[in-house]
Design a protein around this ligand. Structure first.
Ligand code: BGC
Length: 763
């Protein structure tokens, strides 16, 4: 038997039971008319309306809603209409309960391996680029844009809101997340979700919790102190949920302290549902369910993508368990109520998605993608003010990374088939991601964009495969721009942080040939930069989305001031990080060797990787806090980023007592207009006793030369509090707290202290 991995996903595209959109029409028409009176009463609370529906449902209707199809592999009998996408859960037309059509949507409405031929969507930059904007308004705008496209494409549940903290610089999925800081990641995820749901559709938040590496994600046991998890990853989730109120939480693949996240009583029942009083539903990740009773009793409400699990645990076995009383009927009702609560509370019930595709304003949406790309690009180095570059340049040479046709994107379930298509697509031959990812470039040509802004220049491209040829081409150019790339993907971690494809040698050769060399990095996170001292300028462009080429060009020529800041620390080498390489690589390689030797055992999604543990002894001291604690000076710190102008900070005022407020003035002291991201760091003490500065607030201000803005930040006390497991709750001790205002973690332009009262707060 073939293992139920996403491999079959590829093989079965466009066959089986996947029908087309018009088939929905009849179902949608019948939805509108048939609700129960109380369920359609908008004056009642979502909870009351959900209760009424649950009371009106038959056992079979309830059972049907707690598990969902993975359309590419589903074979329902009789066939039903499904869009080829991540998920489908049939509704209950007689009660007006909508069919749930699920799509991945971290960076746009996804269409992995073009399973829906020709269905393009707007591709935002990678989430980490959005985090680098430090601009919550852009996170909201991106979410709102994706939600609008999803609705117009008849999707109503978006698998968005990835907020796992970056604990290791090499995690393959860092590009899909929002960095290493709980406040920044939580705020940005919350705004993104709020944007998605502003379209009266459902967003998830994911992956709950501690899915911090991809290697062995289906089998690994992530081990961490509970209070430390509360102070880090769970705090990011909590902040995001307070802002975005997602209708659904997606539990992760991995185990957390011994139990799979999707059957983890502490995570789901105690933290999420009891302590946080979460009213929505917990859906599993695709292929993350391992049991029926344990999962149901411990808090999972819905099995997603059921064909990817070893069994349809929430199908027949679930029905038998309910009938035998092993799963109480009250628990089934609770599961259904939670799903309906989310559907009603987001407004989806009252505003069903259209029954056929609608026209989308792709031009307006491309602007959203471009703004995020422009504000997310980080200027890491600019020696001798190489940038902004004069448009009067005569000769510009672009080297590498297919910069003639496009910009790279990250891989996996978030893959968008962007408007304009994919000028380069490279299939994978090996590895966990091979079944559902291709190395994909979006059609946004830096070459064309640069040529458009410097029409008099001769702009040429050379592919960089031969460093000597590249150096020769670069030699007499006014500027040589090397586009460096490293492709990261879901399901795999890069085994080295070095740039692939001998790019270090390429950069080296070009930098030797031309002193005016700019390196534009298209990577999902930090990579090794052995050439850092040899080039005068570096732009971190991440995966910049479908307008990335234009955004890069506009930054290069100073049409916009670079205003991105690093949402993760860039270490000098992986050895500086808590774990220098993915844990479990040995297990992964052993499993690959067994498969190569002909082992055909069905290992489910684990692909034969044997279980192992990953310890997170750094606990809450994630990212910059780790580097500070270990006194390791990174290459570029969290929060770092240069501009084409300069900013002065003055007039720090701190008020303490029951609530900490920090205010100060920011003045543009340079010659050009620009944006600054002033950051407030306050020292807190964790439950584990670690003293560390934490990002306690930030702002983004646009200022003309000479202009001053007054910035005021009210600090969320949880950022500096310790989590007391016994209460449970947050505790701030009365005392004096050092405060620093700076440009990045560890910087202190202004400093002072706050005297705070003791504070306790619920989780
Ligand atoms: C990913 C999720 C995604 C789901 C559905 C999983 O492999 O971890 O983030 O939403 O697939 O495609």
């Amino acid at each position: 038997m073939t293992s139920p991995t996403k491999k079959l996903f590829l093989a079965s595209l466009m066959i089986g039971a996947c029908l087309t959109a018009p088939a929905f029409a009849q179902e949608a028409a019948s939805q509108a008319a048939a609700r129960t009176p109380a369920a359609s009463d908008r004056a009642l609370s979502a909870a009351a309306r959900a209760d009424d529906l649950v009371a009106s449902m038959t056992l079979q209707e309830k059972l049907a809603i707690v598990h969902g199809y993975f359309p590419p592999m589903a074979k329902p009998n009789p066939p039903i209409a499904m869009i080829p996408s991540a998920g489908h859960i049939p509704g209950v037309p007689r009660l007006g309960i909508p069919t749930l059509r699920e799509s991945d949507a971290s960076l746009g409405v996804a269409n992995q391996v073009e399973q829906r031929k020709g269905d393009t969507a707007t591709a935002l930059p990678a989430s980490i680029a959005t985090a680098a904007t430090f601009n919550p308004r852009l996170a909201y705008a991106g979410g709102a844009m994706i939600g609008a496209e999803a609705r117009a494409k008849t999707f109503n549940v978006l698998l968005a809101g990835g907020v796992n903290l970056t604990r290791d610089p090499w995690n393959g999925r860092n590009f899909e997340y929002l960095g290493e800081d709980p406040l920044l990641a939580g705020v940005m995820a919350g705004e993104h979700i709020r944007g998605v749901q502003s379209n009266n559709i459902v967003s998830t938040i994911k992956h709950f919790a501690l899915n911090s590496q991809e290697t062995g994600r289906h089998v690994l046991d992530a081990r961490i102190d509970r209070a430390a998890l509360q102070e880090s990853d769970l705090l990011a989730f909590k902040i995001a949920m307070e802002i975005g109120d997602p209708a659904s939480v997606m539990c992760a693949y991995n185990k957390v302290n011994g139990d799979y996240a999707c059957e983890n009583d502490w995570l789901l029942n105690t933290v999420l549902k009891k302590d946080w009083n979460y009213k929505g539903w917990v859906m599993s990740d695709w292929g993350a369910v391992h049991s029926t009773e344990k999962a149901a009793v411990n808090g999972l409400d819905q099995q997603s993508g059921q064909e990817l699990d070893m069994a349809i645990y929430f199908g027949q076995p679930f029905e038998e368990a309910v009938k035998a009383g092993r799963i109480p009927m009250a628990r089934l009702d609770d599961m259904v109520r939670r799903i309906l609560y989310g559907v009603i509370n987001t407004g989806l019930m009252d505003n069903p998605v259209p029954d056929s595709a609608q026209v989308i304003d792709y031009t307006a949406h491309a602007d959203v993608a471009q703004r995020a790309a422009e504000e997310g690009i980080v200027l890491l180095k600019n020696k001798g003010d190489l940038l902004p570059f004069a448009k009067t340049a005569k000769k510009i040479v672009l080297i590498g990374a297919h910069a003639d046709v496009g910009v790279l994107s990250g891989g996996g379930s978030s893959q968008v088939r962007s408007v304009g298509g994919a000028p380069v697509e490279i299939p994978l031959t090996r590895g966990e991601a091979a079944s559902f990812a291709r190395i994909t470039w979006h059609a946004s040509s830096p070459l064309k964009a640069i040529q458009a802004l410097a029409p008099q220049a001769q702009v040429t491209y050379i592919d960089g495969s031969d460093p000597k040829a590249a150096a020769a081409a670069a030699k007499d150019a006014d500027i040589a721009i090397v586009f460096a790339w490293a492709w990261f993907t879901e399901a795999q971690d890069p085994e080295s942080m070095a740039l692939p494809d001998k790019q270090d040698a390429l950069i080296d050769a070009v930098a030797r040939a031309n002193g005016k060399t700019l390196v534009v990095m298209e990577t999902g996170g930090p990579v090794l930069m052995p050439w850092v001292d040899k080039v005068p300028a570096i732009l971190q462009a991440w995966y910049p989305g479908q307008r990335g080429g234009e955004a890069i060009a506009r930054i290069i020529f100073g049409e916009v001031d670079p205003s991105g800041r690093l949402p993760i620390t860039f270490p000098t080498s992986a050895a500086q990080a808590p774990r220098p390489e993915p844990v479990g690589l040995g297990e992964l390689h052993a499993a690959e060797a067994r498969r190569d030797a002909g082992d055909k055992t069905n290992y489910g999604q684990s692909g034969g990787v044997r279980p192992f543990s990953v310890d997170y002894p750094e606990g809450a001291e994630v990212g910059y806090r780790w580097y500070a604690a270990k006194k390791r000076k990174p290459l570029y710190p969290f929060g770092y980023g240069l501009t084409y102008t300069s900013f002065r900070y003055a007039n720090l005022a701190i008020t303490g007592g029951a609530s900490l407020k920090v205010s100060f003035d920011v003045t543009n002291s340079g010659q050009r207009a620009g944006a600054d991201v002033p950051q407030v760091y306050v020292q807190g003490k964790s439950a584990a006793g670690a003293l560390s500065y934490r990002l306690a607030g930030f702002d983004k201000v646009w200022l003309a030369p000479g202009e001053t803005a007054h910035v005021s930040v009210t600090v969320d006390p949880r950022v500096i509090a310790r989590f007391d497991e016994t209460a449970p709750g947050w505790k701030v001790d009365a005392g004096t707290y050092p405060v620093a205002v700076g440009r990045f973690a560890g910087d202190s332009v202004l400093s002072g202290t706050a005297t705070l009262d003791a504070l306790s707060a619920r989780p």
